[in-house]
Design a binder for this molecule. Structure first.
Ligand code: B12
Length: 214
């Protein structure tokens, strides 16, 4: 049986080779992808954040940990998607302008795909106009906004206001999330919903689109 604490250590130490190897081993042994993400990878990133805060880690360490996390997620992402389900809705997702953090956003995108939603991933540092275009082009009925920095949270409000000004607000549900975002903030900026994790994001998207929870 693979020692899964090695996955935690690999992400914490920014060792992509090790994180990919343990992920492969664990999958071969039938460990659930979600267990790897929620019990080992996300807690490791939380610890990375704590170390960064007390200046034990600096930006290069953050980058290495992010790279290790992404290496494993690349293997897990396809497994989070389930087959043969009618699209439950179309989602346009992105990290807001000025913000480069995309790990949480990618996780939410994968989980929504796994939950049967069609997802258009606009990437990170996404200007409001790009969300508007995506809603117009692909008639997304859900827009998901992610922000990890307190200084980029206001870009969520700007994006929502831009959708209003473009006359598109009524046709989409808007979900927001990211570590510094709170339910109160979501309400204040006029979003339809907030969730603090990728798995609860699926339940929220289902609630907002009127699809019964599974
Ligand atoms: C990795 C990382 C980086 C990497 C990002 C790599 C990448 N490709 O994403 C790099 C090195 C680039 C980086 C840069 C910076 N970072 Co940084 N970073 C982090 C770190 C350690 C982890 C973030 C992460 O990936 N978490 C794991 C994921 C899974 O969690 P998550 O993003 O919160 O997502 C979950 C939920 O929030 C939710 N969710 C997320 N989005 C959405 C969206 C919707 C719609 C919903 C419903 C849910 C949802 O679901 C997700 C999955 O469960 C955090 C610390 C932390 N613990 O958060 C700091 C942190 C976010 N960074 C910080 C800072 C200060 C910076 C820099 C300014 C550093 C610098 N001096 O240059 C730059 C800013 C660059 C920029 N313009 O964006 C601060 C932010 C402080 C603040 N409150 O503003 C933090 C909190 C570190 C700290 N403790 O000080 N960073």
């Amino acid at each position: 049986m693979a020692d899964l604490s090695r996955l935690y250590d690999a992400v914490l130490n920014g060792d992509q080779k090790a994180s990919v190897a343990v992920t492969q081993e664990a999958l071969a042994e039938g460990v659930e992808p979600l267990e790897l993400i929620s019990k080992y990878m996300v807690p490791a990133m939380d610890e990375v954040g704590r170390r960064f805060e007390c200046e034990d880690y600096f930006v290069p360490e953050l980058l290495l940990s992010a790279r290790a996390m992404k290496g494993s997620l690349q293997l897990l992402r396809p497994l989070l998607a389930i087959q043969g389900v009618q699209p439950a809705g179309r989602v346009a997702i992105g990290t807001v302008k000025g913000d480069l953090h995309d790990i949480g956003k990618n996780l939410v995108a994968s989980m929504l795909e796994g939950g049967g939603f069609e997802v258009v991933d606009l990437g990170a540092d996404v200007a409001p106009e790009k969300f508007i275009e995506a809603v117009k082009d692909g008639s997304a009925n859900i827009v998901c906004l992610s922000a990890l920095l307190t200084v980029t949270m206001p870009a969520m409000r700007t994006t929502i206001n831009a959708l209003k000004q473009a006359g598109l607000r009524a046709q989409v549900k808007i979900m927001v999330g990211g570590a510094p975002v709170t339910p109160q903030y979501a309400e204040e900026i006029g979003a339809d919903g907030y969730s603090d994790s990728a798995s609860s994001a699926v339940a929220l998207a289902r609630d907002l689109t009127g699809i019964a929870r599974k």
